[in-house]
Write a new protein. Structure first.
Lengths: 173, 407
């Protein structure tokens, strides 16, 4: 892993994508998240909006952009549920911020790092969701830790294919 | 100051967004007396607007993907795999015609039953009008088991309408948009429905657990409850009509939070996680469409000969009953005997049949049939019946035949 200063890494490895990708990919993530659970499995072991947030945050290496995309996707995800709007928004804002912050410092093109980072950020997202829901809002929510673990594992496995596909859309200099 | 903002602008953006969302959540959630946070059933205008935006942005695409999948499946089933379809279609058409008439007849019976129940002030809801809808997509979250259907307020949907399939209940309409609606599934943690066990008649509250399993809570431990018992809607929640299938008891476990209570885990009757088409119950009041009304008229016309034959049979029974001998009281005078009714076709009533008096316990010469026979005075008198012989049902003082001569 090369050791570079923050500014120099950012200047060298910031990725750019066609504008259409920034619009369609998050939209597709929301559509798949809403459609696949009814088709494939009743248990939701993946979180496409989270994966898209992590990917673009790491690729852009901008905490502000990572936070913003997490905020927007989280809000839209909340709005499709019957729960209060903002819980996923908070969780994914934090995830986007951290993914971009980490992306500045380490080589996020490495597949192993991508998988591990996604796994950890998925667990962090679940923990933040539960914290806001149960502690901050004081609402009742039953949950099981293995559901969140399986979701984190599922997300990490999807990364192996999804991020590779999304890499094909980047604009090469 | 400028360097502070530029140095920490990433954190400041995150901080502002987090604070904004926390404030937004504080507006949506209110605290109850026991310190728990709850959200209102109805969203505020701002929240509803955001939900409408998200729904407008995502659900049409989900519908497009869903219908594309259905279209591809239908392409194979409807255009390629068509063995014996024509004959099946004819058979089914005959069956439909027959069933429509039977249904019309049953609806008449149902209407009559409801009128009787209304007289008894018996409150019960019946399903009269349903609207088929396609289940499109879900919320995509385990913490919110809702799904969207392709019918909305433009189709007459309203919040709190029950959603069912032919197998059992599915959920209730939670939020309605112009062309779509959000349905809260019964296996969500916040869902609730009144249910009753079919055999033991024990009532409980249906809801979902963290894994989306159906469970019934609020039941005292009872040895009679066994796995396999069927569960029906109780009808007390004003959402689901009474008697709809919910599922059957799969497992009985003690409630960890409350002593002497149990939790019943159910196997749902409807495939809640694999829904394609559902029915929204839009009306529980008796309303018949033109087709149903026409079927009922046809049923009436077809049943008319049977009804006429039944009336004729009742009339004949009535005539037969009038001819039975027991209707004439031997102890009453003739003018007080019940008069037979005139037959409707103008025929004269049949003559009364003489009745026979019961034999006396201690017969004497005044008893009927015990009159002393006079000695014959002429040869022909021995063979001819005596004109004054008492006959049952006549007066005991007969006139003498020679009265005219003595005067």
């Amino acid at each position: 892993m090369s050791v570079l200063g923050i500014d120099s890494r950012r200047e060298i490895e910031i990725r750019r994508y066609p504008m259409l990708v920034y619009v369609l990919v998050p939209l597709l993530a929301l559509v798949l998240q809403a459609w696949l659970p009814r088709l494939v499995t009743p248990y939701v072991w993946f979180d496409f909006p989270l994966l898209i947030t992590v990917y673009f945050a790491m690729a852009r290496r901008s905490p502000i952009q990572g936070t913003t995309i997490g905020f927007i996707l989280g809000l839209l995800e909340d709005a499709l549920t019957h729960r209060p709007i903002g819980i996923n928004g908070i969780a994914k804002s934090i995830v986007g911020f951290l993914a971009a912050s980490v992306g500045v410092r380490i080589d996020v093109d490495n597949v192993t790092i991508r998988v591990i980072l996604t796994f950890l950020l998925s667990l962090l997202s679940s923990a933040t969701y539960l914290f806001v829901f149960r502690i901050l809002l004081g609402m009742v929510l039953e949950w099981t830790w293995y559901n969140e673990l399986f979701r984190a594992i599922g997300n990490a496995l999807i990364v192996l294919v999804l991020f590779h596909l999304l890499d094909r859309f980047k604009i090469r200099d | 100051m400028e360097s502070f903002f530029s140095r920490y602008r990433n954190l400041l953006v995150l901080f502002v967004l987090l604070i904004g969302q926390i404030v937004g959540l504080a507006v949506q959630v209110r605290r109850t007396a026991d310190g728990r946070g709850v959200i209102d059933e109805k969203d505020g205008p701002g929240v509803r607007l955001i939900r409408f935006w998200a729904e407008s942005m995502v659900v049409p695409f989900v519908g497009g993907v869903h219908y594309s999948r259905i279209g591809l499946g239908a392409l194979w089933q409807n255009y390629i795999d068509l063995h014996n379809v024509r004959q099946q279609n004819l058979d089914l058409q005959r069956t439909v015609d027959r069933l429509r008439l039977e249904q019309a007849s049953l609806m008449e019976d149902a209407k009559q039953g409801q009128r009787l129940q209304a007289l008894l002030d018996f409150q019960q809801k019946y399903i009269y009008s349903t609207l088929p809808a396609q289940a499109l997509g879900s919320s995509g979250s385990d913490q919110s088991r809702v799904f969207y259907v392709d019918k909305g307020s433009a189709d007459g949907l309203k919040p709190d309408m029950a959603v069912v399939t032919g197998d059992g209940i599915v959920g209730k309409v939670r939020d309605v948009f112009p062309h779509t609606a959000q349905v809260l599934a019964v296996n969500d943690q916040t869902a609730g429905a009144g249910v009753i066990l079919e055999t033991t008649r024990i009532r409980g509250i249906l809801r979902g657990d963290a894994n989306g399993r159906l469970e019934i809570v609020g039941i005292m431990a009872d040895q009679r409850i066994k796995p396999g018992e069927k569960v029906l809607t109780a009808g007390g929640d004003l959402i689901f009509p009474r008697g709809l299938p919910v599922g059957e008891v799969e497992k009985v476990v003690p409630d960890p939070d409350r002593d002497s209570h149990i939790i019943l885990y159910l196997k749902p009757a409807a495939h809640i996680d694999r829904l394609d088409e559902v029915l929204v119950i839009t009306s529980t009041e008796p309303r018949f469409n033109d087709q149903q009304q026409q079927d009922m008229d046809t049923s009436d016309a077809l049943k008319a000969p049977d009804v006429a034959a039944l009336k004729e049979q009742q009339k004949a029974s009535q005539v037969m009953a009038e001819r039975l001998p027991g209707l004439t009281d031997p102890n009453l005078p003739t003018d007080q005997q019940p008069q037979p009714q005139q037959l409707p076709d103008g025929a004269p009533p049949p003559p009364p049949t003489p009745t026979r008096a019961l034999p006396a316990l201690h017969p004497d010469r005044f008893s009927p049939g015990q009159a002393v026979q006079p000695k014959p005075t002429s040869p022909d008198a021995t063979t001819a019946p005596h004109p004054q012989a008492k006959t049952p049902g006549t007066t005991t003082h007969a006139a003498r035949p020679n009265d005219g001569r003595n005067q």
